[in-house]
Design a protein around this ligand. Sequence first.
Ligand SMILES: *Cc1c(COP(=O)(O)O)cnc(C)c1O
Length: 418
Amino acid sequence: MSNQPIDPPKTLPQPPLAYLEAELAELHARHLYRPLRVMQSAQGPEVILDGHRVISLSSNDYLGLTHDPRLREAAIRAVRDYGAGSGAVRTIAGTMELHMELEAELARFKGVEAVLTFQSGFTANTGVIPAITDERDLIVSDALNHASIIDGMRLSKAPRKIYPHRDVAALRDILRTAVERGREDPGHEGEPYRSILVVTDGVFSMDGDIAPLPEIVEAAEEVGAAVMVDDAHASGVLGRNGRGTIDHFGLHGRVAIQIGTLSKAVGVLGGYVAGSATLVDYLTQRARPFLFSTSHPPAVVAACLEAIRIFQEEPERIERLWTNTRRFKAELRRLGFDTGISETPITPIMLGESALAIRFSDRLFEEGVYATSVVYPTVALDKARIRTIVTAAHTDEQLEIALEAFTRVGRELGVIGG
Ligand SMILES: *Cc1c(COP(=O)(O)O)cnc(C)c1O
């Protein structure tokens, strides 16, 4: 150790990270700050949140499986048999037979050659997109695609073009131009793209509308482009036994890449990509979250397997989900609320201003109903809303109570008349 005095540090104009306080203050001032509410119960149609028992319209637990006794039991059994954690990434020592079984089961369910699972739907998108595209390719993406698709594109070296939400004519224009003019990057101008990838959500997570997949697939086929559909909100909701939008529209074999989540209707956690055996084989070599992040613990995988079995054996759950959805939407409209363009159980109540949406949600909570506000940057600044998802697990009585709360708060805040 030397006794030399050290130079006093050169100081920054402000202490490290001090700017975060200003950024937070700005979020509060603009009514864009989202406090966390804490749940003291299991997930479900009724939960205890911040100490209050409320009817929840805010989970993605479409089929009520998060708390299903059979999933709990499957998870407990897997912990007993295989332990708490997998202990490694898939490519080293973290592939258990349970992982292989889930992938085989999902491939059968989706009617594809192969499936690869990821830690979440988010990592599926951020893993797959940069693995299969580079500067020789073009990605064409819907303007309202999920954040994980956007981040996946940011991680890719491929250029990207965005088409206005669900605008197939604009998509066609982009595709034709791309094929006619070729690459735009310096040194390669005019060379044909190696491939073009059209990517869209199957069901859009904030508006609940469905992608016009038959037209998108047709437009892509005209130029030989590949289609990638993220069915996070369609799995367990649309198609036979909840097989998703490809099944809903009868497009089997015409969508090269399907992304799914195990965190919504499946009720557990995880994501997957479904497609050809070659695609999956390639991803096992190149998808970075698969290569560099530990695989699911046994309990997660076993519970997912149980959920997929229930999808197939209890289609009445999906029927109940749709009965509840139709009833809830019809009642909200009858009361005078603007429910936007939703065609699925995701039902927004459009309010416009962030401050109004936050106030509306807070008042609903006081009335015993948990329905979150969704504000910028999740949606456009002037498109703030309450977002609801009814599930198969909600009873008629719970929906009735929720609708009464919406009526009281809607009148009080001048959103509806009467
Ligand atoms: C929720 C969602 C995801 C992320 O799925 P997780 O499994 O929760 O990570 C990805 N894409 C879309 C369209 C989603 O709605």
